[in-house]
Design a protein. Sequence first.
Length: 521
Amino acid sequence: MAQPTRARQDIRLDVLKKVDPVSEPKSSSTTSDSDSLTLLIDTLLAPSAESEDFVGDWIYVRSQPIAVDSAADINEGGQFSASDVTLTVDDGTKFTVGDGIQFSATATATGEICRVTAIATNDLTVVRGIQGTTATTHEDSDNVFLIGPAIGEIARVTAVDFSGSTSSLTLAPGFSASLIGGAEYERHRKVRPNIINDRLDVILGLLRQNVLLPVTVIEDGDMETSGVGNWTAALVTLTKDTTFVRHGRFSLKILATASGGSAISEKILLPPGTVCIVETDVYITRGDSFKIQFFNSGNTVIGTAMESDESGWVHLEGLFTVPVGSTYQDIRLFAQTDTDVIYVDHVTVWPILDKGIDLPSHLEFLFDVESLFFYPVGTGIAGSTNVNAYRINEGAPQFYAHSQKELDDTGVGASRFYVPSRLPTNALWIKGRKPYPVFAGATDALKDADTTQANRYVVTNMTAASIIDDLALDAIEAEKFELARKLTERALLLRFEINHIMANMTPPNKLITTPFTRKRV
């Protein structure tokens, strides 16, 4: 079962509730089109508070509803070119100044977004390519759609109007396009919304997630890289998969497009006479078969192929000796028959006498390595079609050995650790911790939709506590010492609430020794 995830936009609201627990509403939706770049209309606001409770607040655009057909079409008598700033439509009454517009020949708008700045009957003066889009040519008779500002746009409330049944906020600066009905927004009273977004990334960088990595000389042998650039496809289609995975984020999915298809690793350079352990865990689709072979320079096979046609997860493992005259080697993963589908969790190749292990690229610091362990090999699977194939999950992971860490700040490879012996010669695994990835995406819309596996309560409380610390410092500068004290207490309480979870998500304590002190920090 995968770890639960939570999107940035939801965690941001969680933080807002901790930083400012009493103000309402924290989020809502516009109830009609604003027809202005500086206006937000929401009837929910009228009974909620007095005007002074809104002026100065930040408004964050939380959603961009799907563009709505305006019922007007391009009427240029030809193409609307990418450089033209006057758009002729067949009904100019469908638009107001400030409208965001988008185009399509179908019922779904895509691509360039423009803003209407003036209207003369059916001629619309427009700003081309707003919201990060690019001006392109559009065809005559294309549908013209109405669309609001982009997710992540921020404005501040400068005035309010709660008269009658209309509740509106006047904003500055103006949005890139007028808000349309149904657009979700957030109201931030204490801090600017992008401060929360930035602080979330900082907190994720401080937290650690547990990770299990095989010790291997194969590039992307742990399958943690999102793409397949380290693998060459021969009569197969290669993708990274998240459905059938035993360790880490991905497995390598191999779909055979002909018999004998394979995924080929990048070349490795091991000297002749080197004895290596080669092992992998694979998920074999029912009725399909898998084979792994260790290849030598000159396209010759080293040792005996390991293979299985057992359905489900299978472990394959064996020892191989690099022959005399070998200049390089590679691993080949075969989906043996056309349309076979195989999922490879990882591939280990490791010289059994090597005691030094470079810090994996997915870990930042030596202290992120917690231990080395190995999996006992399970019961062999019988049958002539199963060679060096073993059952999985028949033994618990076993601690291997304590390691000695080596740090060379002047070296290209600055971090390495060593084990005292290589007995037994099982494939080794690293239990470590790495930072959680920050929210990714080229736009705030993508970042808001991105998710994290980090514990939502830890991320929320740590982010809120960090921001409240800053508010306490502001209070001290303003000589509001009692307020600063209460804010500091609030931040400490938020951290205390998650203290029982934090031990497994932060770097371990280090013993710091000086001529005067010996303390843990």
